[in-house]
Design a protein around this ligand. Sequence first.
Ligand code: UGA
Length: 432
Amino acid sequence: IGVFVRRIAVVGTGYVGLTTGACLASLGHRVVCADVDRAKVTRLRAGRVDILEPGLAELVAEGIAAGRLRFVLGAAAAVADAEVVFLCVPTPMGAGGAADLAAVESVIHEVRGLLPEGCVVVTKSTVPVGTAARLGALLDRDDVAVASNPEFLREGSAVQDFLNPDRIVVGSDSQDAAERVAALYARLGAPTVISDAASAEMVKYAANCFLAMKLSYVNAVAELCELLGANVADVTEGMGYDRRIGQAFLAPGPGWGGSCLPKDTSAMLQVADAVGFDFGLLRATIDANARQRARMVAKVREAVGGSLVGARVGVLGVTFKAGTNDLRDSPALAVAELLAAEGAELHAYDPGVDPTVEMSGINLVEDAYQAVRDAAATVLLTEWPVFRGLDWARVAELMAGDAVVDTRNHLDPEALSRAGLSWHGVGAAPVH
Ligand code: UGA
């Protein structure tokens, strides 16, 4: 396939930026990645990757060795001969739930006079609908186009998701610019949607909000299963074979979290409010998620006999999902903090988190067995595979009580039962 090799600048080397840069380099492009963190740039030049992302360190090393991937300090140093500039800086939740665009705007100010004629500035960060237009106005350059190219990477499988995308979405008010950006991905052979900028920006929010809604729905169905005596695993399997629904994203849990879904649902609600649209469905999705966390706390409270005051609880997992070391907006951490606030004494283990890290109200320990020692109840909050293989007889011996609250339905109830423990899952009857 005739693929043009492009000169690309990527501003921001978080998990989105670094994955984008390293993967585009692996597709043959010449990529310069910029960050404002001097120490991080130095580490990256030496091929050292801090983010726990399978395959990423290898791709970075390959890109550097092949001379296709470089790291520089500051956006200004990266854009001078770029044909495409990707903005991958954070857009955190700001005042009132809206996305905070300060980082994006400051990059635009820094580079606007330096961009070569004919280049395309692409937002990869999740930005509110209308941002491309606003950045175009800020840039105020007739010879530079702005495009939106949302990413759909999941933490923990970002490289895999980048190289095997379900789709590529590029939006720009310049059709030619959109096509040039889409062409960067031609080798991936993915379905490609080319649209105006606002629609591409909307795709990202609409998709993440839909995923959040799917999970809040499943969590509500799970609660109803408990009340009606049904088993949610059978229910979701039966639902999921319907191709219009699909099996993915149907696992109940302690609520959805991470650096994206909470931020994007709030931002979408804010955007809707701003134009006078009452997005009740989305508000209910967010409210249900807060309730879900509280419901998990109630399960643990019940497991220790009605009061958490002074109760020792073993916590398995604090990251927002397995396979990452990310604690941002982690439902697991939120549940643990709620338990601590009710007076529980927590001993927590997470394979992705350094046990020397200080956490208020939570004592991190070095392995799962230390976490469960003398516990009145154990609660699994993150679905790390190693937890399935624990020696349950040993756990039973170490614990003071016998209840294991499995907020992810991740464990084998029979294995726990054989060891004399009782399993309390979500959307299913307890197994004693
Ligand atoms: C999410 C989206 O899945 C990506 O498509 C998107 O690109 C990304 O946000 C983003 O906007 O950057 P991510 O935040 O990495 O990706 O995490 P997910 O794997 O989607 O999980 C989100 C939350 O839902 C986690 O708390 C997870 O535990 C929970 N979850 C997920 C469930 O409770 N049940 C499931 O079946 C799936």
